[in-house]
Design a protein around this ligand. Structure first.
Ligand code: CTP
Length: 412
């Protein structure tokens, strides 16, 4: 069993007054399960939504409410509490709390702790869409961002009041992912490196015609982004795609077209700590590429001869000198997917294989969602249930980090 990155991390949680406060109980539970220590400040309006009893039962710690409560342990004033923690999380961060923080108020336990803090502060806003979009609120948000407050969401969705739009508190998973990203990247004393292949390849017949497949490259891009977010030096070798690649300055992307180009780019980018091969590389390529456009004039039938493309995953997995510590393959299957994936894991000598059923059009190729099973060499299987590809990517990136972190020993 791996030690979670949350183990012994100290989190000061401020719970504001909003209907989504109930979700924060789940956040506490998840963090506790992973070994965090949690202390909580409950605001006066927060108390209208969740009880101190349920919070202290889950956090196994006292809940702080009144700044001048004589029953507070003498050493636990707002300053000591702010120094005690590794990070602060405010959830739900109401419009009122954002406004107070932006004004630098020190009028209760929550605002004084925030003002006294010298640690990273994460805010998970939750409010009605009109409140979120009010210019005055957006100005507060801007001011807070300029002052290094970190925002988790909000997201767009149906709200408790029945209206729809931006202002909904981020999901429990998203809050946990963000904190986890922070702790992982902080933990990387020596920067780990990653190589990710993604997208389809094009195998040219002549200068304007080629064979390709349905792969969008989305899942691979998300994995590269997630690895980069948690501090991996990440190289993405990307086949032809229609992805939005704006605002990805942290990611080193090399564009390739053919399987041969992808293989060569991978060779040039070894060694790395982890390789993740998500690309749908064409298995075959035409034996001959015509120099000029093929004319149909003199042809009634036309036959093409193919030869096998080099297998990039197998090449990396079996590299004598530069085999990455962890090699992850993907398997796109339409039937018997667990069995077929296990065979691929064995034949290609990788450490994990991530399999998805591409026959189901609601997941896999071209979909925003995915559902995968991660299989390791001991035939252990972990399911990542249907969720957006970005979430699957974060979970896989965290799992990769935890594996390297626990095996390599030169971290922490
Ligand atoms: N792969 C690769 N190079 C190739 C073919 C596949 O690196 N020339 C990698 C893929 O990136 C993926 C894994 O091998 O990580 C499995 O790919 P997949 O397309 O599912 O299977 P194939 O090996 O192509 O076998 P088949 O098409 O027969 O299922």
């Amino acid at each position: 069993m791996f030690e979670s990155i949350f183990f012994k991390k100290k989190i000061l949680l401020i719970i504001g007054g909003g209907i989504s406060a109930y979700k924060v109980l789940e956040v506490i539970r998840e963090l506790k399960k992973n070994g965090s220590e949690i202390k909580t400040i409950l605001t006066k309006s927060g108390r209208e939504f969740v009880t101190p009893l349920s919070i202290s039962a889950l956090s196994q710690n006292k809940v702080f409410e009144n700044l001048f409560d004589p029953s507070n342990e003498s050493e636990m004033d707002h300053i000591t509490l702010a120094r005690w923690c590794d990070v602060l999380l405010v959830a739900p961060a109401t419009a009122n709390l954002l406004s107070n923080f932006a004004d630098g108020k020190a009028s209760d336990f929550a605002t004084t702790a925030i003002l006294a803090s010298n640690k990273p502060i994460f805010l998970a806003p939750a409010m009605n869409v009109e409140m979120w979009n009010k210019e005055i609120n957006l100005q507060n948000v801007e001011k807070l961002k300029k002052n290094n407050f970190r925002f988790i969401g909000p997201t767009i969705g149906e709200m408790a009041c029945g209206e729809y739009g931006e202002g909904k508190m981020s999901s429990v998973d998203e809050i946990i992912f963000t904190l986890k990203n922070y702790f992982i990247s902080k933990n990387q004393k020596k920067k780990l490196s990653a190589l990710v292949t993604a997208g389809p390849t094009r195998e040219y017949i002549d200068p304007v015609r080629f064979l390709t497949n349905e792969s969008s490259g989305k899942q691979g891009l998300e994995i590269a982004k997630s690895l980069s977010e948690i501090g991996f030096q990440t190289k993405l070798i990307l086949g032809p795609n229609k992805l939005n690649l704006k605002n990805l300055s942290d990611l080193d992307i090399e564009h390739v077209k053919t399987g041969d180009e992808m293989l060569n780019a991978c060779k040039e980018n070894l060694p790395v700590d982890v390789a993740v091969c998500t690309a749908a590389v064409s298995d075959f390529k035409p034996k001959e590429v015509f120099k000029n456009k093929i004319k149909k004039d003199n042809l009634n039938t036309f036959e093409l001869a193919f030869e096998k493309n080099g297998d990039i995953l197998s090449f990396i997995s079996q590299h004598n000198k530069n085999r990455p510590k962890l090699v992850v393959g993907f398997a796109a299957e339409t039937e018997n997917y667990i069995e077929n994936a296990k065979k691929k894991l064995e034949h290609k000598h990788c450490d994990w294989i991530v399999v998805n059923n591409v026959k189901d059009s609601s997941i896999g190729f071209n979909s925003e969602f995915n559902e995968v099973f991660i299989i390791n060499k001991n035939n252990e299987i972990e399911k990542l249930s249907k969720s957006p590809k970005s979430e699957i990517a974060k979970k896989l990136a965290h799992k990769i980090f935890e594996k390297l972190h626990n095996n390599v020993g030169n971290f922490n």
